[in-house]
Design a protein. Structure first.
Ligand SMILES: CC(C)(COP(=O)(O)OP(=O)(O)OC[C@H]1O[C@@H](n2cnc3c(N)ncnc32)[C@H](O)[C@@H]1OP(=O)(O)O)[C@@H](O)C(=O)NCCC(=O)NCCS
Length: 128
């Protein structure tokens, strides 16, 4: 599974690929990972807050609702475990991801200037 995640991550983030060890370390640090053949989501629940660490869908499987479905599964799981809010950060110029998050109920709550190699990070949250 970790090798599959590495391959999928490279397809989704060709300029910043993670390796299998990165996913293993995330699991060890308490993150949850949901993955299928074409998509993955990494999130963390701590007390009453949840955070989306990353998510991606293979280019040839996009616009089929996979990311929205994975977000809902993560949100439901976090809610069951006591989280009241879910947070994430997204690059200001990542229009597809920002559209996905807005459609999934997230709203902008702040900006971290020049967070990603000179690109602002938009901080978003939604109630669970
Ligand atoms: C962002 C990403 C995860 C979306 O995955 P997806 O499975 O294609 O998304 P969905 O099909 O679930 O889309 C749900 C909604 O998000 C919005 N959306 C998704 N991709 C979009 C795009 N390219 N342009 C505009 N809106 C988009 C739409 O509102 C869409 O609903 P619709 O198809 O009914 O119009 C995918 O493009 C991806 O892996 N990108 C590279 C990795 C990345 O940037 N991850 C996010 C890091 S924060």
């Amino acid at each position: 599974m970790l090798q599959q995640l590495e391959n999928l991550h490279r397809e989704c983030f060709p300029h910043k690929p993670w390796c299998a060890t990165d996913f293993a370390d995330l699991k060890k640090s308490g993150c949850d990972i949901i993955a299928s053949q074409n998509g993955f989501i990494v999130y963390r629940v701590v007390a009453d807050e949840a955070e989306i660490i990353t998510l991606g869908v293979a280019p040839n499987a996009r616009r089929g609702g996979i990311a929205a479905a994975m977000l809902e599964i993560a949100a439901e799981d976090a809610k069951k475990r006591g989280a009241k809010k879910m947070f994430l950060e997204v690059a200001e110029d990542n229009a597809p991801a920002r559209a996905l998050y807005e459609q999934s109920g997230f709203a902008n709550i702040g900006v971290r200037p020049k967070y990603y190699d000179g690109i602002d990070a938009v901080m978003m949250s939604r109630n669970l």
